[in-house]
Design a protein around this ligand. Structure first.
Ligand code: ATP
Ligand code: MG
Length: 375
């Protein structure tokens, strides 16, 4: 997937810009608050996903303007396509090859990108919920019914938890738990099955990428962690959703007493995690900042590789402020060793950055210029 040209008008602080990126690496440098992240955000809008900064449309419009316009020409599957997005205060108009789409969601799967932003360090630093969300969001584009299954699972969980809290006062409700245990096992098994299938592709890539970025200096291990009673079933050579369902049902039934005591469902995919170890130590507590960034990056680059396997071409890589805390070896990998993909990298300091193939742009006060400019 290649971005051929991008034109922006009144998008945040990017007033009027036409950009013709290089098909390989594109480095955008500039001081703080010049519009680097805004530029990546503009490109990201064409993926049809929600803003990685959770921005409302009204915030994307340049201050005091009534309309913002984004136009993108890109090559996907050897076909040149055009997309445009117009933001007005309460309305977004989206077109693909001059055909109006109902919403930006219609662009999903047409233009594919993976973003790594500083917020993604939370993948290593924060609690399990961030990693579960990462996993499920990565699966959703590949398995369209995943979102609906997750939503049904969470609704069933709320019902079961409400029931758990009522049971001590109304013992006659105990039998009703069967219905929710069965429903949660069925939906939960489907979630687990999809996660494990996805992780079987993702994790070996993430481990390889971690080693490559750190130039073999260190080894990371990523491992899915679920209720211990499920371990044998989940580690079986061949996964069967029916067997996972039965194992999950057993877990829920065996935990009943403790779940009633606590009033919450203490096991299931909503409690799972991806454990990350670097050089044998838990990354969340022991890894340095650079090591944490490397591990988070390895996961995101692995996500891009899985997408590449599925769609048959590499998605665009958007790497925001990726060099901070990385040493020269790790930076060099990112600039020169990401094969095939078109990459957009932002940074403050371009010193020592020399992509073997690609272009460098300066960004100052919302203006983009090709090449190094005297500061
Ligand atoms: P850093 O290196 O600190 O990450 P950056 O170059 O990535 O900086 P951006 O996050 O892209 O900076 O933001 C640049 C500027 O855009 C900010 O100063 C912000 O005030 C401004 N900005 C944000 N939204 C709008 C908007 N809707 N209209 C005009 N300007 C905006
Ligand atoms: Mg920024």
């Amino acid at each position: 997937m290649i971005t051929n040209s991008l034109s922006l008008r009144h998008f945040r602080n990017l007033e009027e810009t036409v950009l013709q990126p290089d098909p390989a690496v594109n480095i955008f440098y500039g001081q703080n608050a010049q519009g680097k992240t805004n530029l990546l955000e503009a490109i990201w809008m064409f993926t049809g996903s929600r803003s990685f900064r959770n921005a409302k449309d009204s915030e994307l419009l340049a201050f005091h303007e009534k309309q913002a316009q984004l136009e993108l020409t890109f090559t996907a599957g050897k076909r040149i396509q055009q997309a445009s997005i117009t933001f007005q205060e309460n309305k977004r108009r989206v077109r693909l090859n001059d055909v109006p789409l109902k919403s930006s969601m219609g662009l999903a799967g047409e233009f594919c990108a993976v973003i790594f932003a500083p917020e993604h360090l939370a993948l290593v630093k924060d609690g399990p919920a961030v990693r579960r969300t990462f996993l499920d969001e990565a699966i959703c584009p590949l398995r369209p019914r995943h979102a609906a299954i997750l939503s049904a699972y969470h609704k069933a969980l709320i019902q079961r938890n409400a029931l758990l809290k009522d049971i001590p006062h109304h013992m006659e409700l105990l039998d009703t738990l069967d219905i929710w245990d069965e429903r949660i096992s069925k939906l939960g098994a489907s979630i687990l099955f999809a996660r494990l299938r996805y992780l079987a592709r993702l994790l070996p890539k993430a481990e390889r990428l971690h080693q490559a970025i750190s130039s073999s200096h260190e080894k990371a291990a990523f491992q899915y962690e679920s209720a211990k009673e499920l371990k044998d079933c989940l580690q079986a050579e061949t996964l069967h959703a029916v067997e996972i369902e039965q194992a999950l049902l057993n877990v829920l039934q065996n935990r009943r007493r403790i779940d009633i005591e606590t009033g919450i469902t203490g096991a299931g995919p909503h409690r799972d995690d991806i454990l990350i170890h670097i050089a044998g130590l838990p990354a969340r507590t022991f890894a340095s900042q650079g090591q944490q960034r490397t591990a988070a990056l390895a996961l995101k680059l692995a996500e891009a590789e899985v997408l590449n396997d599925v769609i048959g071409e590499p998605p665009i890589l958007l790497l925001d402020d990726v060099f901070s805390e990385l040493d020269a070896v790790r930076r060099e990998y990112l600039i020169n060793h990401i094969d095939n993909a078109q990459v957009f990298i932002t940074c403050c300091d371009p010193q020592g950055l020399a992509p073997k193939a690609g272009a460098v742009f300066s960004l100052s006060n919302g203006q983009i210029r090709r090449g190094f400019t005297a500061s």
